[in-house]
Design a protein around this ligand. Structure first.
Ligand SMILES: [Zn+2]
Ligand SMILES: [Zn+2]
Length: 77
């Protein structure tokens, strides 16, 4: 079986390491373990969300490995 494809963070475009935490948010966006805590990013990505105390992590649908996240996105296997 071919290895799971590398995924990049939607916000900072950093390629996530194979064992790095992958955060899948609503809208099928993948964020890295740094961007998931960025309050400014919550405002940018969810302009319609009026919860001022929110962080991107509050919109997380699943957290997993590269393989698990790629499978959830339908990119793999
Ligand atoms: Zn990032
Ligand atoms: Zn929100």
């Amino acid at each position: 079986m071919r290895p799971a494809p590398a995924l990049e963070c939607f916000a900072c475009r950093r390629v996530l390491g194979r064992r790095a935490g992958h955060f899948l948010t609503d809208g099928a966006r993948v964020l890295c373990s740094r961007c998931i805590w960025r309050g400014d990013l919550h405002l940018a990505l969810w302009p319609d969300c009026d919860r001022r105390d929110h962080l991107p992590v509050d919109h997380t649908e699943s957290q997993g490995t590269r393989a698990g996240t790629a499978a959830a996105l339908g990119l793999w296997p």
